[in-house]
Design a protein around this ligand. Sequence first.
Ligand SMILES: [Mg+2]
Length: 349
Amino acid sequence: MVPVTADDTTVVLPGCDRPLYQQFQRLLLDLDGVVILVDEPIPAAAETLQRVRAAGVSLRFVTNNASRPPVAVADLLTRSGVSAEPSEVVTSAMAAAALLAGRHPAGARVLVVGGEGVYTALSDSGLSPVTHAEENPVAVMQGFAPEVDWPMLAEAAIALRAGADWVATNTDRTLPSPRGPLPGNGSLVAALTTATGREPESVGKPAAALYDAALSGTDTRHALAVGDRLETDIAGAKKAGVRSLLVLSGVSGVRDLLMAEVMARPDFIGRDLRALDLPHPAAVRVGEEGRCQAARVWARPGGIELSDAGTGGEDGLDRLRALCALAWSHPLELSSDAYDGVINELDLD
Ligand SMILES: [Mg+2]
């Protein structure tokens, strides 16, 4: 619900008058596009996170990628220049294993379609990873690893036909690589869905279970999710009841943000992780006008108009915030074309 104040001002982005991280006790950070890009650190990410950690805010690196155990993820981050402890890593494999451990007795056999990340998560949760359907597994756990092959899928198909529970770490269709998007866990899940007519339960973002696992011991009100993808990171945060910051250093861009469905709209926006260190001005809509500090945008019959004012501010994003205020709460449905001119004018790339 967008709150409407007495004078017909609709508050669309809530604002925060001190450095954003000071409002929270835990950050739930996506990795690729937020902290690192493949294996390179994103500028200023390491220093910003070090400062936040030193101020007493706990960090959780929350990843849909199930191929690596926490030790390997922490190692990858640390080698990329962002120091991280294994205890700060929460993977979709851990969340999937926790779900199965809550449902089946200790030592229950679970068939693995995946690699080291899945094996480690199952063992750490007190379950017994197995590789053959003849071992009568109670469940199949499926998470991406480069070594997933046809024999693994065949064993899983047999177990699933026999009625085994099926949990997927995530259903991302692709995963990023230096050569562009490659088949992800969702593509391999689709092979088994085609073969068996069944659908798995998925725990990774945009489902809430992964964030729930990363929240353990912290109230949702005191946590902030930080992500670069609206449809996974931000939508997952909304489902988990956690506020969110979208950073523009990864996949989702300005047009995606303006066109975002209600369930994928963040509370705060920033260029990159430096946004944690800044106050965030609120953005409101008043009639046909979006406002954020001095920035104004108007819905006109011929399209959208931006004020010249408001290009400054802490991060130069006030006009974008004002535009979000208009786009997300204006009674007229604005089409994607309506934004062409203003996106160029914002000049954020
Ligand atoms: Mg990402």
